[in-house]
Design a protein around this ligand. Sequence first.
Ligand SMILES: C[S@@+](CC[C@H](N)C(=O)[O-])C[C@H]1O[C@@H](n2cnc3c(N)ncnc32)[C@H](O)[C@@H]1O
Length: 223
Amino acid sequence: MKFSKRLQKIDNMITSNYDHIWDCCCDHGLLGVNLLKRNAAKNIHFVDIVEKLIRDLDKQLKQEFSDNVSKTRWKTYCLDAAEIPIQTRESNLIIISGVGGDLLIDLVQSIRSAHKNQKLDFLLCPVYHNYKVRQALTTMGFGLINESLVKENKQFYEIIHISTQSKIPISLVGSLMWDFSRQSHKEYLKQTIAHYQRKLKNSTTNANKIVLDYKNLQLSAES
Ligand SMILES: C[S@@+](CC[C@H](N)C(=O)[O-])C[C@H]1O[C@@H](n2cnc3c(N)ncnc32)[C@H](O)[C@@H]1O
């Protein structure tokens, strides 16, 4: 199975030495396996809610990374990612990628409220609803570490690295990820504005404010 450009980008953004990295919603575990190969943390945890995926992954990991082969410890869990058993007083990075924005918000909220006084970092890559995700993260009190934009199979993905310890505000429309010297970034901004302009016709959303925020970003990019 291919280690996609999006997963590669997420991998590249992990530069700190964490005690624990949680590859939540790991599917076949491609990202976590890569992290395991490069000993990116002392412990790599693979979490998915589908039993068969975890059973197969566990078998594969036992073959490839037995204790005497890898210096990084690993563990698999067939579990709702909302319930991950985080170790207190150690550093934790929780990755949630490749799921819709609403589920991703629910998972971050559940993990955050189960570990209220714990320093937590998250690396998030939602499928759609980035503005809503950023709003929720701001409300939960997170700050920004880094962010990045990646295009894969004609679709753009925002990757957001956040922490309970960071005081850098998370912009609702994105900040560090933009490079307007790149045509693809201009294209993504244009697409996003068009998407919310279509939603303006549906009066139940707050698309007006969202369109305005993205248009202001476009104006500042042009000046
Ligand atoms: C499309 S895959 C994402 C794989 C990988 N993280 C990526 O970014 O490419 C989504 C995975 O999320 C898992 N999943 C969905 N809800 C979950 C939950 N509440 N807890 C754990 N895993 C979940 C699914 O079983 C599926 O394997």
